[in-house]
Design a protein. Sequence first.
Length: 48
Amino acid sequence: MNHSNANRFQDFFKENKYTLLKNYLYNYPLRKMAVEKSLLHENIKLIL
C-alpha cells in the first residue's frame, strides 16, 4: 500500500467545509432532541 493512500480519511479533516458539515449533521439530532424535550409538555395544535 502506498503511504499517500494509507489513510485517506484524514484528508477530509483538512477541508473546512467537511468539518463544518460533519459538525452540523452530528449536532442536528442533539438539537432535535432538545426541541422535542422542550415541547413535550406543550399543548400545540400546529407548528409551522
